[in-house]
Ligand binder design. Structure first.
Ligand code: SF4
Length: 162
């Protein structure tokens, strides 16, 4: 007999715990008794993989930013302030020769370049990066160089009004 309520409660909990522990085994025993085949062994869960190591903030150096590329992928257009310090495109360079660039549009080879438009020159070309009144300005076809506002090349395009 129980002397206190606490003892009664502990005994009751113990009985429930015993029942929960033996119930799955009793079920397996009943299956085994009713079946020709042996009872399946209880499946144990697969062992958990060890946790990934956590970087120690004290000993692990911080990630470094990737080094800057040696050269930019694209050449940014020259601004007016940059174009003043850039060297002039050399009309004798292979790029200039390929494009038929001349420092004065009057000297353009109009026989070779049938697309020459009278009055066209760098300062009124759509690719010119200076103002129309600038004597020199940048051009994306000559990265890092200035072209003469009075110059011309076969890539001249009319300025499209905005
Ligand atoms: S593309 Fe235009 S600005 Fe550039 S060199 Fe030719 S004519 Fe001059």
């Amino acid at each position: 007999m129980f002397t206190t309520t606490e003892e009664f409660t502990m005994q009751k909990a113990s009985t429930r715990r015993n029942f929960i522990q033996i119930f799955p085994l009793a079920g397996l025993a009943m299956i085994a008794a009713c079946s020709d085949k042996p009872a399946p062994a209880p499946v144990e869960p697969a062992p958990m993989p060890p946790p990934a190591p956590i970087a120690d903030p004290v000993t692990t150096p911080p990630m470094e930013a990737p080094p800057p590329a040696s050269e930019p992928a694209m050449t940014a257009p020259a601004t007016s302030s940059q174009s003043g310090s850039m060297p002039m495109a050399d009309p004798a360079s292979s790029q200039a020769q390929m494009l038929g660039y001349v420092e004065n549009a009057a000297n353009a080879d109009k026989v070779k370049y049938k697309n020459f438009v009278a009055g066209s020159h760098c300062a009124n070309c759509g690719l010119y990066q200076g103002k129309a009144t600038d004597k020199i300005g940048g051009c994306p076809l000559f990265p890092g160089k200035n072209v003469s506002g009075e110059g011309w090349c076969s890539a001249w395009v009319k300025v499209v009004p905005v």
